[in-house]
Design a binder for this molecule. Structure first.
Ligand SMILES: *Cc1c(COP(=O)(O)O)cnc(C)c1O
Length: 306
Protein backbone atom coordinates (compact mmCIF):
# COMPACT_ATOMS: atom_id res chain seq x y z
CA UNK A 1 0.00 0.00 0.00
CA UNK A 2 1.58 3.26 -1.14
CA UNK A 3 0.38 5.82 1.43
CA UNK A 4 0.81 8.80 1.48
CA UNK A 5 0.20 8.67 -2.23
CA UNK A 6 2.50 10.73 -4.47
CA UNK A 7 1.54 14.08 -5.96
CA UNK A 8 2.67 15.03 -9.49
CA UNK A 9 2.43 18.27 -11.40
CA UNK A 10 0.54 17.94 -14.66
CA UNK A 11 2.33 19.49 -17.62
CA UNK A 12 0.29 20.53 -20.63
CA UNK A 13 0.54 23.54 -22.97
CA UNK A 14 -3.03 24.54 -22.09
CA UNK A 15 -2.12 25.01 -18.44
CA UNK A 16 0.68 27.41 -19.31
CA UNK A 17 -1.52 29.27 -21.73
CA UNK A 18 -4.26 29.70 -19.12
CA UNK A 19 -1.77 30.33 -16.32
CA UNK A 20 -3.05 27.71 -13.93
CA UNK A 21 -1.20 24.99 -12.03
CA UNK A 22 -2.55 21.45 -11.76
CA UNK A 23 -1.30 18.84 -9.33
CA UNK A 24 -2.50 15.25 -9.47
CA UNK A 25 -2.90 13.47 -6.15
CA UNK A 26 -2.12 9.95 -7.29
CA UNK A 27 -4.42 7.81 -5.19
CA UNK A 28 -4.51 5.50 -8.22
CA UNK A 29 -0.99 4.46 -7.21
CA UNK A 30 -2.01 3.36 -3.71
CA UNK A 31 -2.70 -0.20 -4.85
CA UNK A 32 -3.67 -2.05 -8.04
CA UNK A 33 -6.65 -3.84 -6.53
CA UNK A 34 -7.55 -1.64 -3.57
CA UNK A 35 -8.57 1.27 -5.74
CA UNK A 36 -7.57 4.75 -4.44
CA UNK A 37 -10.53 6.28 -2.71
CA UNK A 38 -11.81 2.84 -1.73
CA UNK A 39 -8.76 2.40 0.49
CA UNK A 40 -9.47 5.81 2.04
CA UNK A 41 -13.04 4.76 2.76
CA UNK A 42 -12.20 1.28 4.04
CA UNK A 43 -9.31 2.21 6.31
CA UNK A 44 -11.35 3.32 9.33
CA UNK A 45 -13.95 0.67 8.61
CA UNK A 46 -11.22 -1.92 9.09
CA UNK A 47 -10.35 -0.30 12.41
CA UNK A 48 -13.99 -0.39 13.47
CA UNK A 49 -14.19 -4.03 12.44
CA UNK A 50 -11.19 -4.93 14.57
CA UNK A 51 -12.50 -2.99 17.58
CA UNK A 52 -15.81 -4.83 17.52
CA UNK A 53 -16.59 -8.48 17.97
CA UNK A 54 -17.26 -9.35 14.34
CA UNK A 55 -16.72 -12.53 12.36
CA UNK A 56 -17.07 -11.27 8.82
CA UNK A 57 -17.47 -8.19 6.68
CA UNK A 58 -20.26 -7.61 4.18
CA UNK A 59 -20.81 -4.97 1.56
CA UNK A 60 -22.70 -4.19 -1.63
CA UNK A 61 -21.88 -3.33 -5.21
CA UNK A 62 -22.54 -3.66 -8.91
CA UNK A 63 -20.86 -6.28 -11.06
CA UNK A 64 -17.83 -4.09 -11.86
CA UNK A 65 -17.52 -2.45 -8.47
CA UNK A 66 -14.12 -1.13 -7.40
CA UNK A 67 -15.39 -1.24 -3.84
CA UNK A 68 -16.28 -4.96 -3.99
CA UNK A 69 -12.80 -5.88 -5.20
CA UNK A 70 -11.10 -3.58 -2.67
CA UNK A 71 -13.06 -5.15 0.17
CA UNK A 72 -12.28 -8.66 -1.08
CA UNK A 73 -8.56 -7.88 -1.25
CA UNK A 74 -8.39 -6.36 2.23
CA UNK A 75 -10.41 -9.27 3.59
CA UNK A 76 -7.91 -11.67 2.10
CA UNK A 77 -4.90 -9.68 3.40
CA UNK A 78 -6.27 -9.33 6.93
CA UNK A 79 -7.83 -12.78 7.20
CA UNK A 80 -11.39 -11.47 7.36
CA UNK A 81 -14.15 -13.52 5.69
CA UNK A 82 -16.03 -11.25 3.27
CA UNK A 83 -19.47 -11.30 1.65
CA UNK A 84 -20.36 -9.29 -1.43
CA UNK A 85 -24.02 -8.61 -2.16
CA UNK A 86 -24.07 -8.10 -5.92
CA UNK A 87 -26.75 -6.20 -7.83
CA UNK A 88 -28.44 -8.26 -10.55
CA UNK A 89 -28.15 -11.78 -11.88
CA UNK A 90 -25.08 -13.95 -11.96
CA UNK A 91 -23.43 -14.07 -15.37
CA UNK A 92 -20.93 -16.74 -16.34
CA UNK A 93 -18.11 -16.50 -17.04
CA UNK A 94 -17.61 -14.00 -14.23
CA UNK A 95 -16.25 -10.63 -15.30
CA UNK A 96 -12.63 -9.87 -14.25
CA UNK A 97 -13.71 -7.88 -11.17
CA UNK A 98 -15.99 -10.54 -9.70
CA UNK A 99 -13.62 -13.33 -10.69
CA UNK A 100 -10.78 -11.69 -8.75
CA UNK A 101 -13.07 -11.00 -5.80
CA UNK A 102 -14.09 -14.64 -5.70
CA UNK A 103 -10.49 -15.84 -6.05
CA UNK A 104 -9.64 -13.64 -3.06
CA UNK A 105 -12.18 -15.60 -1.05
CA UNK A 106 -15.16 -13.28 -1.10
CA UNK A 107 -18.51 -15.06 -1.11
CA UNK A 108 -20.76 -13.50 -3.70
CA UNK A 109 -24.54 -13.34 -3.28
CA UNK A 110 -26.69 -12.03 -6.11
CA UNK A 111 -29.91 -10.14 -5.49
CA UNK A 112 -32.43 -8.60 -7.90
CA UNK A 113 -32.22 -4.94 -8.78
CA UNK A 114 -35.51 -4.35 -6.95
CA UNK A 115 -34.21 -5.96 -3.79
CA UNK A 116 -30.95 -4.08 -4.18
CA UNK A 117 -32.79 -0.79 -4.02
CA UNK A 118 -34.03 -1.65 -0.54
CA UNK A 119 -30.62 -2.81 0.67
CA UNK A 120 -30.20 -0.12 3.31
CA UNK A 121 -33.60 -0.53 4.95
CA UNK A 122 -33.63 -1.82 8.49
CA UNK A 123 -35.68 -4.83 7.45
CA UNK A 124 -33.15 -5.88 4.83
CA UNK A 125 -30.17 -5.31 7.13
CA UNK A 126 -31.81 -7.38 9.86
CA UNK A 127 -32.30 -10.21 7.42
CA UNK A 128 -28.62 -10.08 6.53
CA UNK A 129 -27.66 -10.22 10.18
CA UNK A 130 -29.88 -13.25 10.66
CA UNK A 131 -28.33 -14.94 7.66
CA UNK A 132 -24.68 -14.08 8.28
CA UNK A 133 -24.44 -13.71 12.05
CA UNK A 134 -22.05 -11.24 13.59
CA UNK A 135 -21.30 -9.36 10.43
CA UNK A 136 -19.82 -5.87 9.97
CA UNK A 137 -21.90 -4.20 7.26
CA UNK A 138 -20.43 -1.47 5.08
CA UNK A 139 -22.77 0.48 2.80
CA UNK A 140 -22.26 0.51 -0.95
CA UNK A 141 -19.06 2.26 -2.00
CA UNK A 142 -17.87 2.53 1.61
CA UNK A 143 -20.23 5.45 2.16
CA UNK A 144 -20.51 5.78 5.92
CA UNK A 145 -18.97 8.10 8.53
CA UNK A 146 -15.75 6.06 8.69
CA UNK A 147 -15.53 6.32 4.92
CA UNK A 148 -15.99 10.08 4.88
CA UNK A 149 -13.44 10.60 7.65
CA UNK A 150 -10.91 8.50 5.72
CA UNK A 151 -11.22 10.80 2.71
CA UNK A 152 -10.12 13.80 4.79
CA UNK A 153 -6.68 12.17 4.77
CA UNK A 154 -6.37 12.77 1.01
CA UNK A 155 -6.24 16.52 1.60
CA UNK A 156 -4.21 16.27 4.79
CA UNK A 157 -1.41 14.61 2.83
CA UNK A 158 -1.12 17.55 0.42
CA UNK A 159 1.59 19.87 1.68
CA UNK A 160 1.59 22.55 -0.99
CA UNK A 161 -0.79 25.44 -1.12
CA UNK A 162 -3.81 25.18 -3.39
CA UNK A 163 -7.08 26.94 -4.18
CA UNK A 164 -9.20 24.10 -5.54
CA UNK A 165 -9.46 20.40 -5.03
CA UNK A 166 -11.34 18.39 -7.59
CA UNK A 167 -12.77 14.89 -7.36
CA UNK A 168 -15.25 12.65 -9.15
CA UNK A 169 -18.45 11.66 -7.32
CA UNK A 170 -20.55 8.52 -7.23
CA UNK A 171 -22.12 8.60 -3.78
CA UNK A 172 -20.49 11.86 -2.65
CA UNK A 173 -18.67 10.36 0.33
CA UNK A 174 -15.26 11.25 -1.07
CA UNK A 175 -16.33 14.81 -1.83
CA UNK A 176 -17.82 15.12 1.66
CA UNK A 177 -14.54 14.07 3.29
CA UNK A 178 -12.26 16.10 1.08
CA UNK A 179 -14.32 19.22 1.62
CA UNK A 180 -14.22 18.85 5.41
CA UNK A 181 -10.43 19.09 5.35
CA UNK A 182 -10.33 22.41 3.44
CA UNK A 183 -9.70 25.93 4.73
CA UNK A 184 -12.42 28.53 4.30
CA UNK A 185 -10.63 30.07 1.32
CA UNK A 186 -10.35 26.79 -0.59
CA UNK A 187 -13.00 25.21 -2.81
CA UNK A 188 -14.06 21.66 -3.55
CA UNK A 189 -15.22 20.91 -7.08
CA UNK A 190 -17.16 17.66 -7.52
CA UNK A 191 -17.78 16.03 -10.89
CA UNK A 192 -20.85 13.75 -10.91
CA UNK A 193 -20.37 10.57 -12.96
CA UNK A 194 -24.03 9.55 -12.85
CA UNK A 195 -26.90 11.18 -14.65
CA UNK A 196 -28.97 13.51 -12.48
CA UNK A 197 -26.10 13.97 -10.04
CA UNK A 198 -27.67 16.77 -8.00
CA UNK A 199 -28.63 14.17 -5.36
CA UNK A 200 -24.96 14.17 -4.38
CA UNK A 201 -25.31 17.44 -2.49
CA UNK A 202 -28.17 15.91 -0.52
CA UNK A 203 -25.91 12.96 0.29
CA UNK A 204 -23.08 15.21 1.44
CA UNK A 205 -25.56 17.08 3.60
CA UNK A 206 -26.83 13.80 5.06
CA UNK A 207 -23.27 12.81 5.97
CA UNK A 208 -22.63 16.17 7.67
CA UNK A 209 -25.84 15.85 9.67
CA UNK A 210 -24.85 12.35 10.78
CA UNK A 211 -21.43 13.66 11.77
CA UNK A 212 -22.78 16.78 13.50
CA UNK A 213 -20.78 18.96 11.14
CA UNK A 214 -21.86 22.53 10.45
CA UNK A 215 -23.76 22.74 7.15
CA UNK A 216 -21.85 25.91 6.38
CA UNK A 217 -19.19 23.58 4.97
CA UNK A 218 -21.50 22.93 2.01
CA UNK A 219 -20.80 26.45 0.77
CA UNK A 220 -17.30 25.54 -0.34
CA UNK A 221 -18.62 22.86 -2.72
CA UNK A 222 -19.32 23.36 -6.38
CA UNK A 223 -21.00 20.25 -7.77
CA UNK A 224 -20.89 20.00 -11.56
CA UNK A 225 -23.33 17.58 -13.13
CA UNK A 226 -22.85 17.85 -16.89
CA UNK A 227 -19.90 15.53 -17.42
CA UNK A 228 -21.70 12.21 -16.93
CA UNK A 229 -21.40 11.18 -20.61
CA UNK A 230 -24.80 9.52 -20.64
CA UNK A 231 -24.52 7.96 -17.19
CA UNK A 232 -22.65 5.35 -15.21
CA UNK A 233 -20.36 3.03 -17.23
CA UNK A 234 -21.64 4.10 -20.65
CA UNK A 235 -19.35 3.85 -23.67
CA UNK A 236 -18.75 7.22 -25.31
CA UNK A 237 -16.10 7.51 -28.00
CA UNK A 238 -15.36 11.17 -27.24
CA UNK A 239 -14.42 10.23 -23.71
CA UNK A 240 -12.29 7.24 -24.77
CA UNK A 241 -10.40 9.38 -27.29
CA UNK A 242 -9.76 11.99 -24.62
CA UNK A 243 -8.44 9.38 -22.18
CA UNK A 244 -6.11 7.97 -24.81
CA UNK A 245 -4.74 11.44 -25.64
CA UNK A 246 -4.30 12.33 -21.99
CA UNK A 247 -2.34 9.12 -21.45
CA UNK A 248 -0.12 9.83 -24.46
CA UNK A 249 0.57 13.38 -23.38
CA UNK A 250 0.99 12.94 -19.64
CA UNK A 251 1.35 9.23 -18.86
CA UNK A 252 -1.71 9.41 -16.60
CA UNK A 253 -4.08 6.50 -17.16
CA UNK A 254 -7.73 7.03 -16.29
CA UNK A 255 -10.76 4.73 -16.28
CA UNK A 256 -13.93 5.19 -18.35
CA UNK A 257 -16.39 5.11 -15.42
CA UNK A 258 -14.95 7.69 -13.06
CA UNK A 259 -11.59 9.37 -13.55
CA UNK A 260 -11.79 9.76 -17.33
CA UNK A 261 -14.79 12.04 -16.76
CA UNK A 262 -12.97 13.86 -13.98
CA UNK A 263 -9.98 14.72 -16.15
CA UNK A 264 -12.20 15.56 -19.12
CA UNK A 265 -14.06 18.00 -16.89
CA UNK A 266 -10.82 19.44 -15.54
CA UNK A 267 -9.48 20.23 -19.01
CA UNK A 268 -12.82 21.47 -20.27
CA UNK A 269 -13.34 23.76 -17.27
CA UNK A 270 -9.85 25.19 -17.73
CA UNK A 271 -10.62 25.85 -21.40
CA UNK A 272 -13.81 27.64 -20.35
CA UNK A 273 -11.93 29.81 -17.81
CA UNK A 274 -13.80 28.37 -14.85
CA UNK A 275 -10.63 28.76 -12.78
CA UNK A 276 -9.17 32.28 -12.40
CA UNK A 277 -5.61 32.85 -13.56
CA UNK A 278 -2.90 31.66 -11.18
CA UNK A 279 -5.22 29.11 -9.61
CA UNK A 280 -3.59 26.09 -8.06
CA UNK A 281 -5.74 23.03 -8.54
CA UNK A 282 -5.31 19.63 -6.94
CA UNK A 283 -7.13 16.90 -8.83
CA UNK A 284 -7.60 13.65 -6.95
CA UNK A 285 -7.00 10.62 -9.15
CA UNK A 286 -9.35 8.31 -7.24
CA UNK A 287 -8.15 5.11 -8.96
CA UNK A 288 -10.58 2.73 -10.65
CA UNK A 289 -8.06 1.32 -13.11
CA UNK A 290 -8.96 -2.25 -12.22
CA UNK A 291 -12.26 -1.67 -14.03
CA UNK A 292 -10.67 -1.06 -17.43
CA UNK A 293 -10.35 -4.73 -18.33
CA UNK A 294 -14.00 -5.49 -17.56
CA UNK A 295 -15.15 -2.42 -19.50
CA UNK A 296 -13.08 -3.43 -22.53
CA UNK A 297 -14.51 -6.94 -22.51
CA UNK A 298 -18.04 -5.69 -22.08
CA UNK A 299 -17.85 -3.25 -24.99
CA UNK A 300 -15.34 -5.27 -27.00
CA UNK A 301 -13.00 -2.29 -27.27
CA UNK A 302 -9.45 -1.41 -26.38
CA UNK A 303 -8.97 1.85 -24.53
CA UNK A 304 -5.21 2.31 -24.61
CA UNK A 305 -4.27 0.40 -27.74
CA UNK A 306 -5.63 1.50 -31.07
C1 LIG B 1 -16.10 4.70 -6.03
C2 LIG B 1 -15.32 5.62 -6.85
C3 LIG B 1 -15.61 6.99 -6.92
C4 LIG B 1 -16.80 7.60 -6.23
O1 LIG B 1 -16.60 7.89 -4.89
P1 LIG B 1 -17.80 8.34 -3.96
O2 LIG B 1 -17.19 8.51 -2.64
O3 LIG B 1 -18.80 7.23 -3.99
O4 LIG B 1 -18.38 9.57 -4.51
C5 LIG B 1 -14.77 7.80 -7.66
N1 LIG B 1 -13.71 7.29 -8.34
C6 LIG B 1 -13.41 5.98 -8.31
C7 LIG B 1 -12.26 5.49 -9.08
C8 LIG B 1 -14.21 5.10 -7.57
O5 LIG B 1 -13.92 3.80 -7.56
Amino acid sequence: MQVPSPIHQLKLPLLKEKNVEVWVKRDDLIHAEVSGNKWRKLKYNLEAYHKGDYQSMLTFGGAYSNHILATAKLGSDFGIPTHGIIRGEKHLPLNPTLLKAEELGMQLHYISRTEYRSKHTEEFLNRLKEQFGNVYIIPEGGGNIEGVVGCKDIVKEVNNDFDYVMTDCGTGATLAGINLALNTNQKAVGIAVLKGGTFIIEEVKRFYELMNEDLIHLKRIDLITDYHFGGYAKHKQELITFMRDLYKQTGVKTDPVYTGKLFFALIDLIKKDYFPEKSKIVVVHTGGLQGIEGFEKRYNCSIYEE
